[in-house]
Write a protein that binds this ligand. Structure first.
Ligand code: E4P
Length: 220
């Protein structure tokens, strides 16, 4: 089970790399906007952090593109900049076509904004390296998400697809654990979500108790 950071904040990514053995990064236009930096600048700064590793960094093409050829042209340009870049494409018909065209050129892509099992299936069929089902958005809409991930994982296993499932829009530790149990390969989440998931108030209560006992005991 791999952990990706969903962020374009260079300092957050550097922190997670150092502290958590981070496995990769996903960015999107909202994260890039929040970084306050131009797109090209921020993706190059992120790329520098991953120099000499094979960890993937998803970078999203211009979301205005509706022509698959424009998606492919931009994907090729981005992929040429850094071997870690994975081209993030929307789960719409031209996006699926662009996945196949990029795969033919040896360029990996990540299908984003996936909300149905059949969208995930088409991403896998077309040769996506990654598929990103958005569970937080579904749950906010009153839809279930565990069965959704189980279905995608079952299809991956039934047909031996090599596509890795990145569970996205993850809001809490429960969803991280459920994704792992349901058969996802990767969870991508924000810094605060991961930090909260590593923590529990009883751990801190227990530490206070153990410190008290420690202080009442001789070491040797
Ligand atoms: C995943 O790749 C997306 O960047 C992300 O999870 C989007 O959802 P959010 O911004 O609502 O968390």
């Amino acid at each position: 089970m791999k952990f990706f950071l969903d962020s374009a904040h260079v300092n957050e990514i550097a922190y997670a790399l150092e502290m958590w053995n981070l496995d990769g990064v996903t960015t999107n236009p909202r994260h890039v906007q929040a970084s306050g930096k131009p797109f090209m600048q921020v993706i190059q700064e992120i790329a520098k952090l991953f120099d000499g590793t094979d960890k993937p960094i998803s970078v999203e093409v211009n979301p205005h593109h509706t022509d698959w050829k424009l998606m492919v042209a931009e994907g090729e340009k981005l992929a040429a900049m850094c071997p870690n870049f994975v081209i993030k494409l929307p789960a719409i018909e031209p996006g699926f076509k662009a996945v196949a065209a990029l795969a033919d050129k040896g360029i990996r892509s990540n299908l984003t904004l996936v909300f149905s099992t059949s969208q995930a299936l088409q991403a896998m069929r077309m040769g996506a390296a990654f598929v990103s089902p958005f569970i937080g958005w579904k749950e906010a809409n009153g839809e279930e998400s565990v069965r959704f991930i189980q279905e995608i994982a079952a299809i991956r296993d039934n047909y031996g697809f090599e596509t890795e499932i990145i569970v996205a829009a993850v809001r809490n530790g429960r969803q991280i654990a459920e994704s792992a149990i349901a058969g996802a390969d990767i969870v991508t989440a924000g810094l605060a979500v991961f930090k909260d998931s590593f923590d529990h108030p009883y751990t801190h209560d227990g530490l206070v108790k153990f410190c008290n006992f420690w202080d009442q005991t001789k070491y040797e």
